[in-house]
Design a protein around this ligand. Structure first.
Ligand code: NAD
Ligand code: UFG
Length: 355
C-alpha cells in the first residue's frame, strides 16, 4: 500500500468513478475533486460501498486554483488523473467559450497548482475525437490530429499544452490517453453512466429506450461507406478503460517517461446497427429504432490501433461486447433513473477559495 495518494479530478463522473474503484482495489490512496456539475455525490457513496474503503472527496472546481493548492497541501499526492471537463460535442458548438474556459483554463490552473505543489505526473483524458475524420483505419497515434468541434479542440489544445510543458521541464511525465467510445457499467449494477437530461451518446440513449424512458432511437445516417451504411466506432468497456489508467500510472513509476499519447480502444469497430442488435440481445427483446438523416459532425469510422498501449503499457481490453451490453443493461434495469432518486447531495467538504 502506497501512502501517497492519487488525485482524481472529475472522479464522481462516469469514467472517473470506475477508475477510482480500480485504484482502490489496487490499494492506492485516492483523493477526488469534482464540482458535481455533471455528477452526483451518490457515485462516491457507491464507490465506498463497492470497495468497502473510504474515499476523500472535496467539492472543488478546477477553476479554483487556491482550493486545489489547499488539497495538494493537505495530501501527499504523487500523481493526478485528470478527468474533469465538459464533454458534450453538440453543446460545445453552442457555448464554445464555456468549453474553452472550463477545459483549457481549468487544466492550466491545475497544472500550475501541480507545479507549485511539486507534483509532476499527470494522466490526461483525451479523446479519439482529436483525430477528426481520420485517413487511416485503424488509427495509429502518429496520425496528425485535427479536431472538428470546440470540445475536440479543447482536448487537442490541452494535449499541446501538456506536451510543451514536458518539453520545457524534463521533470514532468504525462500520459495523454485518447479514449475511443466508452460503454458499459460496473458488473455489480451499482455504478454506471448517469446522463443528466437527454443522452447524446448512442449506448445511454439505447438503454433508455430499453427501460421505456425514450420511445425510439434515431440512427443518424445509413449511407456511410461501411458494411451496413451506419457509422463504425470502437466501443471500449469502461472497466477496461479504467484499468488503462492504472497501467499508465504504473508506467509513470519508470525513469524518464516524458510525454506520450496512447489510444485506448479494442482495435475492433462496430456499426450502430450491430450495437443495437448486441444490446437488444442483452435485453432479450427488439428495441425500436428508425433511420434519420446524418448528424452533422459525425465521421464514418473511429477505430483504434491500440498496439502502442498494448506494448508500452502492458494493457489490453479483455471484456467482450456481450459483457459490455449485459453490464449496461444490468445497471440500467437496476437504476431506471440513474442516480436521480438517491437522497441528498454532498455531505463532503467543500473548499471554495475563489478570489
Ligand atoms: P463525466 O461528465 O461523467 O465526468 C466528468 C466529471 O468532471 C463530472 O463529474 C463533472 O462534474 C466534473 N467536472 C466538470 N467540470 C469540472 C470543473 N470545472 N471542476 C471540477 N469538476 C468538473 O464525463 P466522463 O464520460 O466520465 O468523461 C471523463 C473525461 O473523459 C472527460 O474529460 C471527457 O471529455 C473524456 N472523454 C469522455 C468520453 C466519453 O465518451 N465519455 C470519450 C473521450 C474522452
Ligand atoms: N448515434 C445514433 N443515434 C444516437 C446517438 C448516436 O445513431 O442517438 C450514432 C452516431 O451517429 C455515431 C455513433 O452512434 O455514429 C456513436 O455516437 P456517440 O454520440 O455515442 O459517440 P461519438 O463517437 O459521436 O463520440 C463519443 C463521445 C466523444 C468522444 C468520442 C470518441 O461523445 O466525446 O466518442 O470516439 F470523443
Amino acid at each position: 500500500m502506497s501512502d501517497k495518494a492519487v488525485l482524481v479530478t472529475g472522479g464522481a463522473g462516469y469514467i472517473g468513478s470506475h477508475t477510482v474503484i480500480e485504484l482502490l482495489n489496487a490499494n492506492q490512496n485516492v483523493v477526488i475533486i469534482d464540482n458535481l456539475t455533471n455528477s452526483s455525490y451518490e457515485a462516491v457513496r457507491r464507490i465506498e460501498k463497492l470497495t468497502e474503503k473510504k474515499v476523500t472527496f472535496y467539492k472543488v472546481d478546477i477553476l479554483d486554483k487556491k482550493a486545489m493548492l489547499e488539497v495538494f497541501k493537505r495530501h501527499d499526492i504523487w500523481a493526478v488523473i485528470h478527468f474533469a471537463g465538459l464533454k458534450a460535442v453538440g453543446e460545445s458548438t453552442r457555448i464554445p467559450l464555456d468549453y474553452y474556459h472550463n477545459n483549457i483554463t481549468g487544466t492550466i490552473l491545475l497544472l500550475e497548482a501541480m507545479k507549485e505543489s511539486n507534483v509532476h505526473n499527470i494522466v490526461f483524458s483525451s479523446s479519439a475525437t482529436v483525430y477528426g475524420d481520420p485517413a487511416i483505419i485503424p488509427i495509429p497515434e502518429t496520425l496528425p490530429t485535427g479536431a472538428t468541434n470546440p470540445y475536440g479542440r479543447t482536448k487537442q489544445f490541452i494535449e499541446h499544452i501538456i506536451r510543451d510543458l514536458c518539453t520545457a521541464e524534463n521533470n514532468w511525465n504525462a500520459a495523454l490517453l485518447r479514449y475511443f467510445n466508452p460503454a458499459g457499467a460496473h458488473p455489480s449494477g451499482i455504478l454506471g453512466e448517469n446522463p443528466l437530461g437527454v443522452p447524446n451518446n448512442l449506448m445511454p440513449y439505447l438503454s433508455q429506450v430499453a427501460i421505456g424512458k425514450r420511445e425510439c432511437l434515431s440512427v443518424f445516417g445509413e449511407d456511410y461507406d461501411t458494411p451496413d451504411g451506419t457509422c463504425v466506432r470502437d466501443y471500449i468497456n469502461v472497466i477496461d478503460l479504467a484499468k488503462g489508467h492504472l497501467a499508465a500510472l504504473t508506467k509513470m513509476r519508470e525513469p524518464n517517461v516524458g510525454c506520450a499519447e496512447y489510444n485506448l480502444g479494442t482495435g475492433h469497430g462496430n456499426t450502430v446497427l450491430e450495437m443495437i442488435h448486441a444490446f437488444s440481445k442483452a435485453v432479450g427483446r427488439d428495441l425500436k429504432y428508425k433511420i434519420v438523416a446524418r448528424r452533422p459532425g459525425d465521421v464514418r469510422n473511429l477505430t483504434a490501433n491500440p498496439e502502442k498501449a498494448n506494448k508500452e503499457l502492458n494493457w489490453k481490453c479483455e471484456k467482450t461486447l456481450e459483457e459490455t451490453c449485459e453490464s449496461l443493461w444490468n445497471w440500467q434495469s437496476k437504476n431506471p433513473n440513474g442516480l436521480e432518486d438517491c437522497p441528498g447531495d454532498a455531505p463532503a467538504e467543500s473548499i471554495i477559495c475563489y478570489l
